[in-house]
Design a protein around this ligand. Sequence first.
Ligand code: NAD
Ligand code: DAU
Length: 357
Amino acid sequence: MSILVTGGAGFIGANFVLDWLTQHDESVVNLDKLTYAGNLESLVSLENDERHIFVRGDIGDVALVDKLLKEHGPRAVINFAAESHVDRSIHGPGEFIQTNIVGTFHLLESVRAYWDALEGEAKQRFRFLHVSTDEVYGSLTQDAPAFSETNRYEPNSPYSASKAASDHLVRAYHQTYGLPVLTTNCSNNYGPYQFPEKLIPLIIHNALSGKPLPIYGDGQQVRDWLYVKDHCSAIRRVLESGRVGETYNVGGKNEKANLDVAYTLCDILDELASPSARQLALTSYRSLIIFVRDRPGHDRRYAIDASKLESELGWKPQETFASGVRKTVMWYLGNQNWVANVTSGAYRDWLDRQYRT
Ligand code: NAD
Ligand code: DAU
């Protein structure tokens, strides 16, 4: 048996594939377009593992996806593939519409045709799991209750609007065609292999390079942080036992203001970074923090109520913010080559050579 994972060379997808293969013998077909956010180096430990079959391609390439489904006969498709960075969606929404909406639509069409042709046990067992975000619910006021699965969709950025649209398509394919879908809506992830355009790896990377640590607006926007491995365990749990057609919110009950996140990272770096890195900062890494122009349409607060997932499926996160963020800083300190490769363009040059047709 196998599963098909899309976007498995990105941050969460790569963590998912790595974790999956430590826990299952089932092989993973990993379809990823390798945009700037996809990095095969994150999967280098699987280089000689026959259970990992990497295919470079687009979820919107119907012929390719049809072929992969036919060849490998997966028992599940888990859709991580997306354009995922809010700021990029503000500068250029086109790719977000293309991959997150049109790409998901094409993927759903291929999967529907595949599932229609399955029979008996294989048809019963099949699942399409769509990985989505809490951003589809919009922004919370300071005292509002956390997002539950019944909150209205009120996306505020081109990114979250495109994810909301994809969630609606997934839902419609269940309601209309009976496709056995599951959707997860998760809060902000952090951990190993996150591209240093997102807040936590950006702060770590800039601090170690002695560069300013940019905080948007007043830095009091709140995010609910979840260690990526806990997100992966939630997805495995939902895939295993989630009720078909349902959505599950995933979150870590770790609401933090951005400025406090930056302070925490600086304090850990003050303690752990090597003297040469430390010399870059004057006294503390905190002195590198600067306030910059706010993100347009910036959501003020996200918070997730994950009680459905906890009570129905018995999922609980393993990491607190304190333990997860320390692990994350240590990972980045120990993996500076990975960071250098994804930020230098050397990796892109390698890809062009490797995949030249
Ligand atoms: P990422 O940007 O790190 O990775 C996305 C991956 O998808 C990359 O490997 C990229 O190459 C691939 N990809 C992009 N377009 C593709 C296409 N058309 N066909 C095939 N592959 C394509 O993103 P991430 O942070 O790992 O997020 C993964 C998923 O989880 C996304 O759907 C995102 O919306 C969702 N999510 C992310 C977070 C978070 O905090 N990062 C939280 C909740 C939900
Ligand atoms: O909530 C889940 C979402 O979390 C995912 O769906 C997205 O894919 C993921 O990118 C993330 O979105 P955010 O916009 O919340 O994450 P980001 O790391 O970009 O920003 C976190 C907060 O930090 C946000 O309030 C903006 C702020 N920020 C970000 C950057 C990059 C700064 O203050 N300075 C920065 O330089």
